[in-house]
Write a protein that binds this ligand. Structure first.
Ligand code: ADP
Ligand code: MG
Ligand code: MG
Length: 255
């Protein structure tokens, strides 16, 4: 078992108006095999948490720690984080002009494993994974994310997830912009990684919809850069009915 541990994390960013505190003491422990949903209103800091785990240079960690099996993630480069077993699917995937999906996947696999995958099995694995995610074979020769629809980008992310076998995946609004069919395909891919790979999953989402397909073990509600409430899957059901209003009311009242 591996453990990703976030302890009392405080993160800020530099804006034109000065330094702005975004995460205000987030603590979270994720073991492999567990699925954690992070829910919360827009602007509560969910993507900031994902970007900080990913090592985005824009975000400054003022205090607190992130460790993977005791190793200091914050001291690792972005590449080292990937090699350590962290997989980050961002809310806004970037296009990579001039790099085909095939080359990108193989380069990523080689970087993470420290050696190139054997061509025959690799080609077979990629084809099989693409078929399961209903990605047309010709996508293999297209440039990464270039001209991809929202749903195609998300499926491509899950393709990476299934081929790279990380220990932990942070999926930031993987459900956004997906129709029901695409949502099912993407969710099945994540579930395969959980079931066969023992993936530890952090599922960041504003809506409860994806949680019908990927069952969380734990639900954490983010409000104003901190965890306002935690619970099991029943908390997601409650949010589905009640929304986030009661947290925001409490916030205003205490302000
Ligand atoms: P969420 O993902 O929950 O919607 P974010 O982490 O994207 O929340 O944003 C949290 C807060 O930090 C928001 O108030 C947002 O405006 C601010 N923020 C995040 N990134 C930046 C940035 N690069 N520049 C300015 N403000 C930012
Ligand atoms: Mg947002
Ligand atoms: Mg976000």
């Amino acid at each position: 078992m591996s453990t990703l541990e976030i302890k009392d994390l405080h993160v800020s960013i530099e804006t034109e108006q000065g330094v702005k505190a975004i995460l205000k003491g987030v603590s979270l422990t994720i073991n492999t095999g567990e699925t954690h949903a992070i829910m919360g209103p827009n602007g509560s800091g969910k993507s900031t948490l994902a970007a900080t785990i990913a090592g985005h240079p824009r975000y400054t960690v003022d205090s607190g720690s992130i460790t993977l099996d005791g190793e200091d993630v914050l001291q690792m480069s972005v590449d080292q984080r990937a090699r350590a077993g962290l997989f980050l699917a961002m809310q806004y995937p970037v296009e990579i002009p001039g790099v085909t999906m095939t080359n990108f996947l193989r380069t990523a696999k080689t970087a993470i494993d420290g050696e190139a995958p054997k061509l025959r099995t690799w080609t077979k694995d990629v084809k099989a994974a693409m078929a399961k995610l209903r990605i047309e074979p010709e996508f293999a020769e297209r440039n990464v994310n270039e001209g991809f629809s929202g749903g195609e980008k998300k499926r491509h992310e899950i393709l990476q997830l299934e081929l790279l076998h990380p220990k932990f995946a942070i999926l930031d609004e993987t459900d956004s912009g997906l129709d029901v069919d695409a949502l099912k395909i993407v969710s099945e891919g994540v579930n395969r990684s959980i079931e066969t790979g023992g993936l530890g999953t952090v599922l960041i989402t504003h809506y409860t919809r994806i949680l019908r397909y990927i069952k969380p073990d734990f639900v954490h509600v983010f409000v104003d850069g901190a965890i306002a409430e935690q619970g099991g899957p029943e908390l997601a059901d409650r949010l589905e009915e009640e929304g986030y209003d009661r947290y925001q009311v409490a916030e205003t009242a205490s302000a």
